[in-house]
Ligand binder design. Structure first.
Ligand code: 6R9
Length: 650
């Protein structure tokens, strides 16, 4: 990201009113490092414990021995924290504002009391299906209130949920049902999005055909559309919810019992199940939600993410509800019915905090300012971004056109693995620099290492790989079913540190700038994807012999998917085959993985030992083939000329 000279200090008003101003940040940050146990023991007090923890932090980052425990002897229930404890004081307050896909359908205001009833009903239905403590439940739902009920219902009975984004294909769903050995899949008949209905139940049917016959399918009637029904396996949520009891005793959970698994992409192999646990995760989600967005009682807060991603977990459901907030849940897309939808929803519900992804901003920016300026956005106070680096043009547009120059922008850098924000400016404490994630959150110790020597760079400015020196309560605990993979992925390249997979710069002022992934993970419209996943989908096609996939700069998506494909002997390239491969990848993984560019590659640049030299492929995809660097170790340097000659991104 280009560093711009301009900085935007917090306004006097913001500094005076915010939970955290500059001096409080300095004091709290110092306290969080000087005596982590004392700091996090105090922060534990923001949630309700059945048994208050006496052990706070117990962490080892040593390879072969990695173990991460927070509040280990504490006991609590997440759903009781997000619902029950608010009933007395805010039973009638809106917990969730639900805004449907179509503006013609009425929004719903779900009070904390309604949320309690909905969650308990779902919990009782799951219990009746035989789901208990520690069992896994897959949630494959649109952005409807039942998605929140389902998450909180699992938490209530101690089951572990794993949400699969509703845009994922039946194959991806099946892999997650099998990988987590789930007992139940919760889905809906159809998912309306942007005026079109995705047949979710039909997708689930296809997925379940390849799963153990004992897996039950619980279906929410969202549209009332026709679905196939198998009496032995299918259960109708909407019918059962009418009769189900609306009370359900929350289970007593240990702080380190798993709360959820969320599959995410890495640089090698298939997606891994990131495991988050109960106590530390909730404390961290609640604290970051309140601090980063300066959330205050009565505010209307909107995060536009999908609950299928970690942002939806921490900042639509768990963080806001633990804080007794009013959180908006939106079923639709930013451009339906037109590019004004986000801003109309902000106006309609008087949104105070608005949190979205740079890719959405870039797409909307291109549609012109009228879509924004015709709406009354005077209630907006804080803006946020997440998912990828934000370019200064998009930042400036967000600041000026959406925020009217009055709203701080929190550029929150974090990951599925981190559970909550690790770096962000705080609205009342820090100056903002467009594109900079600025400062570490409490308890977070970022370090920049020289990539090859693994030496810590202490002076400023610095550039290298980004690691974190010590644990924070929201950190993932393991990879589901594969602790060795957890250690290898995050703790082996830079021993003693958590390796983020991102590169970063620290400027002369000591502020952080994320430069993007340093591994084979690409970020497409804010969605994380392993190039290996797309490659394995491509080579599963009978006509494909080999493929290599890299990212390239894309104006709207941030990164696009560039595929080099070598066909089987005797197969001829054609536009029809290109289309067929695009559709193939879509159906293997999901629409978000659809290739942007496919180049026919008679050969791929390989070393003599057979390793594909991705560095070269990346350069060609970036249309920067003048700077290929050393190609002398290639087995056949001539393949490079052909690839350059026929490059797709000109
Ligand atoms: C929360 C989330 C994580 C990766 C991360 C980084 C990129 C996220 C960012 C950002 C620059 C930001 N990323 N936020 N890069 N600035 N504010 O997005 O989780 O889907 O796991 O992606 O996204 O590369 O490593 P996840």
């Amino acid at each position: 990201m280009a560093e711009t000279a301009k900085t935007y200090p917090p306004s006097d008003d913001m500094a005076a009113c915010a939970h955290v101003d500059a001096s409080r940040y300095d004091a709290m940050y110092a306290a969080s490092l000087n005596d982590a146990d004392a700091f996090w023991a105090e922060q534990a007090g923001r949630i309700d414990w059945i048994k208050k923890p006496t052990q706070i932090k117990d962490v080892d980052f040593t390879l072969g021995n990695v173990s991460i425990n927070w509040y280990a002897d504490g006991q609590l229930n997440v759903s009781a924290n997000c619902i029950d404890r608010h009933l007395e004081t805010r039973g009638d307050q809106t917990a969730i504002i639900w805004e449907p896909d179509s503006p013609d359908e009425a929004a719903q205001h779900i009070s904390y009391r309604d949320l309690h009833a909905g969650t308990c009903k779902m919990a009782n239905i799951l219990r009746d299906l035989g789901v208990g403590k520690g069992d896994r439940v897959i949630i494959y739902l649109p952005m409807i209130p039942e998605a929140a009920y389902a998450m909180l219902a699992c938490a209530r009975i101690g089951a572990i949920h794993s949400i699969v984004f509703a845009g994922f294909s039946p194959d991806a769903l099946a892999a997650r049902v099998q990988g987590s050995d789930a007992k139940v899949v919760i889905t809906a008949d159809e998912a309306p999005r942007g005026g079109r209905n995705t047949p979710l139940k039909a997708n689930a049917d296809k997925a379940l055909a390849n799963c153990d016959a004992s897996v039950k399918c619980l279906t929410v009637r969202r549209t009332g559309g026709d679905v196939a029904w198998d009496d032995a396996r299918d259960v109708d949520y909407t019918a059962l919810a009418k009769e189900a009891s609306d009370t359900c005793e929350p289970a007593v959970m240990d702080a380190e019992d798993p709360l959820f698994i969320l599959y995410t992409s890495g640089s090698t192999g298939m997606p891994k199940g990131v495991v988050h646990t109960t106590g530390g995760y909730l404390v961290y989600a609640a604290l970051t939600h309140e601090t980063t967005f300066d959330y205050k009682d009565g505010d209307i807060y909107w995060c536009t993410a999908d609950v299928g991603w970690v942002t939806g977990h921490s900042y639509i459901v768990y963080g806001p509800l633990a804080n007794g907030a009013t959180t908006l849940m939106f079923e639709g897309v930013p451009t339906y019915p037109d590019a004004s939808r986000f801003w109309q929803v902000c106006e309609k519900h008087k949104v105070n905090q608005f949190y979205t992804a740079p890719t959405a901003l870039r797409a909307l920016m291109g549609q012109g300012n009228d879509f924004v300026t015709k709406c009354d956005l005077s209630d907006l106070r804080i803006l946020g971004t997440v998912g990828e680096p934000i370019n200064p043009e998009a930042w400036n547009w967000y600041n000026e056109v959406v925020g009217g120059g009055r709203c701080p922008i929190v550029d929150t850098w974090w990951q599925t693995e981190t559970g909550g924000h690790l770096m962000t400016p705080l609205p009342g404490a820090h100056a903002m620099k467009p594109g900079s994630a600025m400062k570490p959150f409490f308890g977070v110790q970022p370090v920049i290492l020289e990539p090859t020597t693994a030496e810590v760079i202490t002076e400023n400015p610095a550039e290298g790989v980004l690691c974190i020196a010590d644990s924070w309560p929201g950190q993932m605990r393991t990879v589901w079913g594969d602790h060795e993979r957890f250690e290898k992925t995050y703790f082996s390249d830079y021993p003693g540190y958590y390796f983020t997979g991102d590169g970063a710069k620290r400027d002369a002022d000591g502020d952080y700038w994320i430069t993007g992934r340093v591994d084979d993970v690409i970020n497409v419209s804010g969605h994380r994807m392993g190039t290996a996943e797309v490659e394995s989908a491509l080579v599963a096609h009978p006509k494909v012999a080999e493929s290599a996939v890299v990212g390239y700069p894309h104006d709207i998506k941030g990164q696009g998917i560039y595929c080099y494909v070598t066909l089987m002997g005797g197969e001829a390239p054609s536009d029809a085959l290109r289309k067929e491969l695009e559709t193939w990848v879509r159906s293997e993984i999901g629409p978000i993985a659809k290739p942007d560019l496919i180049q026919w590659a008679p050969g791929l640049p390989k070393t003599r030992s057979g390793k594909i030299m991705r560095r070269i492929l990346r350069k060609i995809a970036e249309n920067d083939y003048g700077a290929l660097g050393d190609t002398s170790t290639l087995a056949d340097p001539s393949v490079v000329d052909d690839l350059i000659e026929n490059r797709m991104n000109r």
